[in-house]
Every structure is written in C-alpha cells, then in structure tokens.
Design a binder for this molecule. Structure first.
Ligand code: HEC
Length: 197
C-alpha cells in the first residue's frame, strides 16, 4: 500500500489548526508565568469567610455530606448547582436553617433536588437537626462583597456599566413598576438591614 500524500488544501487546513494549537499553548504558558510573577491577583476575590467555632464544625459536616457534588463553596466544588460562596450575604442564618430542614416550604415553590425523596438531595433534610444548624451557621458565614455576583446589593459607588445595561435593556417605564435598589438604599439605610433577612 502506498502512503497517500496530503493534498494541498489539507496541508493548509492542518497548518492553520497547528498554528492555533501552538499559539494557544504559548498564550497559556505566558498567562501562567504572568500570573505566578504578578503581585496582584488576576481576578478580584469578592467572597470571604471567617469562621466561628460552630461555623468550622459546620464546614466539616458540609464537606462530609457530599454537598460539594452539586454546590460550590470555599471556591471548590462543582459549578453545576448553586454557588454557595457569599450565600450568607443573601440569606439569613434562620432562612438557611429553615431551608435545610424544609426546602419546599421555605422556597414556597417546588424544588429540583432538595425536598422529599426520591429527589437526589432528599437526604439533606433527613440529617440530624443539630448538623443542619451547624451547616446553616457555616453557610451564613460565607460572605460576599457588595456589588459582586453573589451579593444582594449593587456596588456602593455609581457604576457606569450598570447604568449602561439598565439604559440598554430595561424598558422605558420600568421605574413605574419597580424601585431602583440603588436609590432605595440611599434614602433608606434600614433597607440594607432588612435585605439580609
Ligand atoms: C443533588 C444535588 C444537590 C446536593 C447533593 C445538595 N444540593 Fe443544595 N441545592 C441543589 C439545588 C438544585 C438547589 C436549588 C433548590 C432546588 O431546586 O432544590 C439547592 C439549593 C440549596 C440551598 C439554597 C440556596 C439559595 O440561596 O437558594 C442551600 C442553602 C443548599 N442547597 C445547601 C446544601 C447543603 C448544605 C447540602 C449538603 C448537606 C446540599 N445543598 C446538597 C442541589 C443539591
């Protein structure tokens, strides 16, 4: 059998593909080198945690209870389900504990994975109440900065980006129906507290 030589077009296609491949590798190496040498983190970290003793216990129970197979917390786990980093800035400890014990009632709507069996995370509400309380404390200590994707509040300063997005996508009369959360917080500092609930 004679070896078939590549056609002219095939050569061009393979060269283009090869060039992209090599370029990708070079770019990746360059990025990693810059990242390793740079003093500044490449991405701003907007979620924080500082655990109380009960919170650390909760974190251990959380890890052992396979929550990370669907969730993301402490910047590890999967991104398939909800990200729980920063959830403590969105939900109160009471809400979290209530959700873990009785998901559908707390949501006031049918849930996908939490809830009665045969749902996949039905085991969660069957865990010992004391464990769920500690997990709720742990989750309530996962905080997010204002303005980050996980925070209930927009950034404290006026953001040109948000103004632009609202201008482009919100219909003209949206303010008749909804209140601008940025103005609401300015006029009513107590609103900030109540949003945590
Ligand atoms: C099989 C996948 C799965 C597993 C395992 C799982 N979860 Fe969830 N979790 C979800 C999904 C999906 C939701 C969204 C609610 C729903 O539809 O069930 C959710 C919602 C939540 C919420 C509410 C978040 C919010 O702000 O609305 C909390 C808190 C939570 N999970 C904690 C846990 C903890 C703690 C564990 C482990 C003990 C766990 N989950 C295990 C899939 C899972």
């Amino acid at each position: 059998m004679t070896k078939q030589r590549l056609k002219y077009g095939e050569k061009i296609l393979f060269s283009i593909f090869g060039a992209f491949f090599v370029l990708g590798i070079i770019a990746f190496i360059a990025m990693e080198v810059v990242r390793a040498k740079s003093e500044k983190p490449m991405f701003t970290v907007t979620t924080h945690f500082d655990f109380s003793p009960v919170g650390s216990e909760g974190s251990k129970i959380y890890r052992e209870a396979r929550c990370n197979s669907c969730h993301r917390a402490l910047r590890s786990g999967t991104s398939m389900g909800l990200n729980l980093d920063g959830v403590g800035s969105k939900r109160s400890r009471q809400w979290l504990e209530s959700f873990l014990n009785d998901p559908e009632k707390t949501y006031g709507a049918p849930t996908i994975d939490h809830g009665p069996s045969p749902k996949e995370a039905s085991y969660v509400s069957a865990m010992p109440k004391e464990d769920l309380r500690k997990i709720a404390v742990f989750l309530s200590e996962l905080r997010a900065d204002r303005g980050s994707a996980m925070a209930p509040e927009p950034p404290p300063e006026r953001s040109g980006f948000i103004d632009q997005m609202v201008g482009t996508f919100a219909p003209e009369n949206w303010k008749d129906k909804y209140q601008d959360i940025r103005e609401k917080n300015k006029s009513d500092p107590a609103a900030k507290e109540s949003q945590q609930q």
